[in-house]
Ligand binder design. Structure first.
Ligand code: FE2
Length: 340
């Protein structure tokens, strides 16, 4: 724990869980097919401009809204109790960052009773809520189950030119702790990844940057998001469906060095990637009490072979990285861990 965190009145670590995401897209038919037929999520089509995916008894885990961004635009974080909720809001407002309450319509779409929102890194709105709407309606899914609960619905991986700012943001707002680091060599450059946890999930946020150069090779706010299936059969069957239905695979099945999760990465209709994973390390209270961050060399123990990577896609990524040198990345002044 940092000195700044220990000085806070109410610790919030462990009481925060990724609850839902909001995606803005024009590609509803593709997302419907991707979400339900390939990944195996439950789909509810609300109207022409709103579609939801369910993974469990929650009314909403993914909200898709019509719009031009083709990106993940908001992350909804569930907070366990009102004391924690007030603590987070006071940290944000106390640093001069504006907070606004979501409208009744926004809450209904996201399946929460009430929500408050404030700016987040890379234009991803942070939304916090305490109570989610559940539904008795049966799940029509191709997977046996997804792992959510105390670990939240998965994780977000973000590429950035300002890794310390992002790390500081999630520390300031959610008391995020560093789980570990990965250094990966990419074409002679070192990609540094910081894995941050806010509960028993090994990481709810991963922050990646190219060491020594302020470039961001990714167009979207996140490089990927991760969801976790219950069984190995779920993982392999969904991998087969994604491939058979013709959706782009980014990395085939492999195992990560740090959280030991088995996973594959496919490309969503909006362009960012979805990692479907199984069986990552859980940081139990016993592990938590003695956890010491280490640094791993390389992302994978085995597998995660790039699929369909060509000279053309490599060049496009290189051009995008060069362009990012001139672009300003949205940072949240005041919540960047200025105390560290
Ligand atoms: Fe991941």
């Amino acid at each position: 724990m940092t000195a700044a965190a220990s000085a806070r009145s109410t610790p919030v670590f462990g009481a925060v869980h990724l609850g839902y995401v909001v995606i803005q897209t024009e590609r509803f038919p593709a997302w419907r097919r991707f979400g339900s037929d390939a990944i195996g999520l439950h789909v509810d089509e609300l109207d022409r401009d709103a579609m939801r995916f369910r993974m469990d008894d929650r009314a909403c885990r993914f909200l898709l809204r019509r719009g031009p961004a083709e990106d993940l635009v908001a992350a909804g974080w569930q907070v366990d109790d009102h004391e924690t909720f007030d603590e987070i809001l006071s940290r944000v407002t106390g640093r001069g960052v504006p907070v606004s309450e979501g409208s009744a319509e926004e809450c209904a779409l996201r399946g929460v009773e009430r929500l408050w929102r404030f700016p987040g890194p890379k234009g991803i709105s942070t939304e916090i809520f305490t109570r989610a709407v559940t539904t008795p309606a049966p799940l029509r899914m191709l997977n046996s189950a997804f792992v959510t609960g105390a670990a939240g619905m998965g994780h977000l991986a973000i590429t950035t030119k300002h890794p310390e700012q992002l790390r500081g943001y999630y520390d300031t707002v959610f008391d995020a702790r560093i789980t570990d680091f990965i250094d990966e060599n990419v074409s002679g450059l070192t990609l540094k990844i910081r894995f941050l946890r806010v509960n028993e999930r090994h990481h709810s946020i991963a922050v990646a940057n190219v060491n020594g150069i302020a470039v961001d090779p990714v167009r979207t706010s996140i490089q990927h998001m991760n969801i976790q299936v219950e069984t190995l059969d779920d993982l392999l069957a969904s991998f087969e469906r994604v491939t058979r239905l013709g959706f782009a695979m980014a990395w085939s099945v492999g195992q990560h060095t740090n959280d030991r999760e088995l996973s594959y990465y496919c490309v969503t209709p909006s362009g960012f990637e979805l990692e479907v994973g199984w069986n990552p390390v859980v940081i139990t209270p016993e592990l938590e009490s003695t956890w010491d961050p280490s640094t791993y060399q390389g992302i994978s123990v085995w597998g995660h072979t790039p699929v369909g990577e060509t000279v053309v896609t490599k060049m496009a990524q290189f051009r995008r990285a060069l362009r990012s040198l001139r672009e300003r990345e949205a940072v949240v002044a005041g919540l960047g861990g200025e105390a560290r």
